[in-house]
Design a protein around this ligand. Structure first.
Ligand SMILES: NC(=O)N[C@H]1NC(=O)NC1=O
Ligand SMILES: [Zn+2]
Length: 464
């Protein structure tokens, strides 16, 4: 018999958009060539037995910070992509900060691409940035193939001379006009700089420097104010918006109302807002410091209610790593950002499916399908369907384990989830048909990840 397949993944419980089915997956040239109950293939075809496993589309993590160029000693493409692969992710979109220079002009994008070339285990796309003074650079970035732009409405923090700055209202409004013209999405970190910076200054002046003091400087009101201001500009400019890491049900509700009015807007939250609370921040310390901050248990319940009602579009990690030494000491000085990307899928399957009965296709919609669609990577990414890339997370939904520091692939092995017990585990990950990670073996492939450009503006290859 001719060689129809390079590999068959046999009898896994495949998570499709419409439900679960036990199927064989035939892979050829990195793509899904066939899906069927009893595929026929020659006896020489390599077979991966998946009878006891769930096969999910690889996660498309729309929000990671890999710190290269220049800050590869925080995290880089090699370690970051390995951690993602170990967590069942097969495509990520790297933020335009915290590397130096930030990705705010073409020459910086080229530096980023050089840093990534040949280093990533899995596929990746890149965000461009909108900052004060770079509106005339947005077009060159769009033409080169960024999937969209990211702006901060509050100060991002970070190191270096050419550091990423938050937008003023003028830049935000003008930037949205330009991004609307370019047809891309603007992703926003929505917290009011006015509110958070003044509250932080006051807390520090008064010597209130603990975990809950930090949380108190970044209230939900600061998130809502920024969300509503940006939605107003979106209405005026026609710019597509994506709100990253929304931490409150109030934020989700404001965005849902805007959608009902016809605005083209999507909402993301992160596993940490669903898995951790401000009490955990007190217990764990700065390793769990992020912005917006972890909320109360009641706030978290309300955010889960939004997810259960189907009102969240995207789940993304906001993996924002740093050296462990920057996660110690004073709460206001410690780095704001959680190293969590390796645990995103397991957290959501455990907390969402095993504990709260969210159907797997619904979780997969937020982990893979919606981010692929929103950022021009669909139908190549985000689904298990004939013609799509053979990107899979193979998960044992019955394997309980407790995460240890040694399990982490990050450059700096800290995570707020060390010591947490998960009810499921990623056993293997495939990127375009090649097995990149296997539990027990670790990274099992060369760095074959490629750069994906979006299938918009005529330029990209990712939609095919
Ligand atoms: N600079 C940076 O990565 N900031 C990220 N970290 C975080 O916790 N929230 C963010 O926006
Ligand atoms: Zn952010």
């Amino acid at each position: 018999m001719d060689k129809q397949f390079d590999l068959v993944i046999r009898k896994g419980t495949v998570v499709l958009e419409e439900g679960l089915k036990q199927l064989d997956i035939g892979i050829l040239g990195g793509k899904i060539a066939a899906l069927g109950e009893n595929l026929l293939y020659s006896e020489h075809t390599p077979v991966y037995e998946a009878e006891h496993l769930h096969v999910l589309p690889g996660m498309v993590d729309a929000h990671v910070h890999f710190n290269e160029p220049a800050l590869g000693h925080w995290e880089g493409f090699v370690t970051g992509s390995a951690a993602l692969a170990a967590g069942g992710c097969t495509t990520y979109i790297d933020m335009p900060l915290n590397g130096v220079p930030p990705t705010v002009r073409l020459s910086a994008l080229e530096r980023k691409l050089e840093a990534a070339e040949g280093q990533s285990l899995i596929d990746y796309a890149l965000w461009g940035g909108l900052v004060p003074g770079n509106i005339e650079n947005l077009q060159e970035l769009a033409e080169a193939g960024v999937i969209g732009f990211k702006a901060f409405m509050s100060c991002p923090g970070g190191e270096g001379e050419d550091i990423f700055a938050e937008v003023d209202d003028h830049t935000l409004f003008k930037g949205m006009q330009e991004i609307a013209r370019l047809g891309l999405v603007l992703a926003l970190h929505a917290e009011s700089e006015e509110i958070v910076s003044k509250r932080a200054a006051k807390a520090q002046e008064e010597g209130r420097r603990g975990a809950l003091d930090f949380v108190d400087t970044r209230p939900i009101a600061a998130e809502l104010e920024a969300v509503n201001r940006a939605l107003y500009y979106a209405e005026q400019t026609g710019c597509k918006l994506h709100f990253v890491h929304i931490s409150s049900a109030e934020g989700v509700k404001a965005i849902t109302e805007a959608k009902a009015k016809g605005l083209d807007v999507t909402v993301e939250t992160c596993p940490h807002y669903l898995a951790l609370t401000n009490e955990d921040l007190v217990q764990l310390g700065p390793v769990a410091k992020c912005a917006p901050p972890l909320r109360t248990a009641g706030d978290q319940d309300r955010l889960w209610a939004e997810l259960l009602a189907g009102r969240l579009d995207i789940l993304a990690s906001d993996h924002s790593p740093c050296p462990t030494s920057m996660k110690q000491g004073d709460f206001f000085e410690a780095w704001g950002g959680i190293s969590g990307a390796q645990s995103s899928m397991e957290l959501m399957l455990d907390e969402g499916h095993l504990r709260r009965n969210v159907p797997l296709p619904e979780l997969s919609r937020m982990l893979s399908l919606e981010p692929a669609k929103r950022f021009g990577l669909y139908p190549r990414k985000g689904v298990i369907a004939v013609g799509a890339d053979a990107d899979f997370a193979l998960v044992d939904m019955n394997m309980s384990y407790t995460l240890q520091t040694n399990d982490l692939f990050y450059r700096h092995k800290h995570s707020p989830y060390v010591g947490r017990t998960f009810g499921c585990r990623v056993m293997a990950t495939f990127n375009r048909g090649s097995r990149v990670y296997e539990l027990g073996e670790g990274v099992v492939s060369h760095a074959g990840g490629t750069w994906l450009r979006p299938a918009v503006n005529g330029g990209g290859e990712a939609g095919g």
